[in-house]
Design a binder for this molecule. Structure first.
Ligand code: PAN
Ligand code: ZN
Length: 191
């Protein structure tokens, strides 16, 4: 067994920036054009406005051994693609029985969850919200506010990520702006 040494990381709640700097990746609109319901709006934004940063993840990478607890921050920028709010891709864990905890650091969001059987759940998140992603639930976060929505995540190294299922099937619910408010609607493509 190779022992991992204890360590700390400073987290900036408003930006999600980690110190010391850790590994990070960004998702732009061009990385996820098929995830949004209004494909014509995606194409128009890419053509007229150029690519747009949707979210950024800063993560503490650990050995992929059972029992390790990778953790990260995610910052979703405010904005919409048509009516639909900026969001993460969302995924199941490759090992479906592995859960996760999110903790809200700043801004306002929604955590959208769904099972393979089609059960859905939407949980509000803001600074100070501890949100539990139980085993077997796919999860996506959505920024419903005018500021960055930033949260902290802790999951298990053995969980792994399955993006393909959500990329193919989407979520059954969409979070859109209607009458000046975020509302949860049925995804017409899953009807
Ligand atoms: C989170 C997510 C992170 C980005 O750390 O990976 O918020 O969302 P996507 O992975 O869906 O692009 C997590 O749920 N890890 O398991
Ligand atoms: Zn996850």
């Amino acid at each position: 067994m190779k022992l991992t040494q204890p360590f700390v990381t400073e987290v900036d709640f408003s930006s999600g920036v980690l110190s010391p700097a850790r590994s990070s990746y960004q998702r732009h609109l061009s990385d996820m054009p098929g995830y949004y319901a209004e494909r014509d709006v995606v194409a128009r934004i890419l053509a007229d406005e150029g690519d747009r940063l949707i979210y950024e993840v800063q993560s503490i990478t650990l050995p992929a051994d059972e029992g390790q607890l990778p953790h990260c921050t995610t910052r979703i920028l405010p904005g919409r693609i048509g009516a639909e709010f900026h969001m993460t891709k969302g995924h199941f864990h490759a090992r479906r029985e592995q859960g996760e905890v999110y903790f809200g650091l700043s801004g306002r969001g929604m955590l959208l969850l769904q099972t393979a059987d089609g059960a859905t759940s939407v949980q509000p998140m803001q600074a100070g919200t501890a949100a539990y992603v139980p085993p077997y639930w796919a999860h996506r976060t959505v920024n419903i506010g005018a500021e960055d929505f930033v949260f902290f995540c802790v999951w298990t190294a053995e969980a792994g990520h399955d993006y393909a299922t959500i990329e193919r099937d989407g979520f059954r619910k969409l979070i859109v702006l209607r009458g000046g408010q975020p509302v949860i609607i049925d995804n017409p493509k899953s009807a």
